[in-house]
Design a protein. Sequence first.
Length: 367
Amino acid sequence: MSQIDTAPTTDNPPSTPPDDATPLASRRMQTLGPGEHLKVVHPKHWVLWILSAVAVFAVAQFAWSLVTNQRYEWNVFGEYFFSPIVVNALILTLQLTVLSGAIGFILGALLAVARLSKSPLLNSLSWSFIWFFRSVPLVVQLVVWYNLGYLYPTLGLGTPFTTDFWLVEFPTVQLISSFAAATLGLSLHQAAYSAEIIRAGILSVDQGQLEASAALGLPRRYRFFRIILPQAARAITPNAFNEIIGLVKGTSVVFVVALPELFYTVQVIYNRNQRIIPLLLVAVVWYAIITTLLSIAQYYIERHFSKGAHRELPPTPIQKARAWISEKWALLDDGEQSGGREKQREDPEKPDGNVRTAEIKKDVSEA
């Protein structure tokens, strides 16, 4: 009876080219012997390296100038950065942003729904609103709202097409203050742009999903809030946060109505003491802090709404940092343990000075 040799062979099979290999690579791999492989040579992006080096040098040079140039007057910057007048102006800027953003997006959502409706009247009215407030510059809107009392000295409720009988009337100057004019101008201006952002997000949802949900007999409200809105939010969120960030910086325009927000307050201060650069840096740093916080919020909100689009969400920067620290800590522990084992092999003495002795187990009968 013949025996079959089952010992594993030491020779590797010849390399076979993959299906997507280029003709040159296929010919080269066919000429390779057993165990040989093509050497992978990674491309060297010399231009990218040079541009990166130039960029790093430019950033380092600018950072060095920030530290060494005395004309920045960082002592003046530190004096006014947390001053009460600047902090109060910052609070007013945040109030304008939150209030105008909330009103603008709520009104924009209503306008977007009206634009998508089948009613010709609602469609025409919403289109006219968006067209008008996107056409008129924001500064002009603020000035008109602030001077509305010149056109209409009194606002109230009464008989239409006449001013003979008023149920309720108020002087316009008392109703339209600087804060009210700024809020109205920013809100209506923001609503026109928000309407188009929300409408585009709704239109980005696949029409087949709407037809499938309607075929299942789902109620219209359920279809909108559970199918359309979560998917539209992925397209709405980036543009919406861009508008909010633009609104934060757009509040600096309300200085035309003499409202003491952040930029207007900084202007008043440096017009008095002529410290223009450090006070402008105060405003710039505060705006940068606000936009950075909004960008972080945007990242996590986008991550939340992208759960249905990705099988596995990518790790956040905090998770990446934790994984990197854990990896380095594990490597450090392994290095210490391997170093301890090497030391034990080199130094046979125990820490107390006694010599190690090998314990040899002998059979009782041989003792």
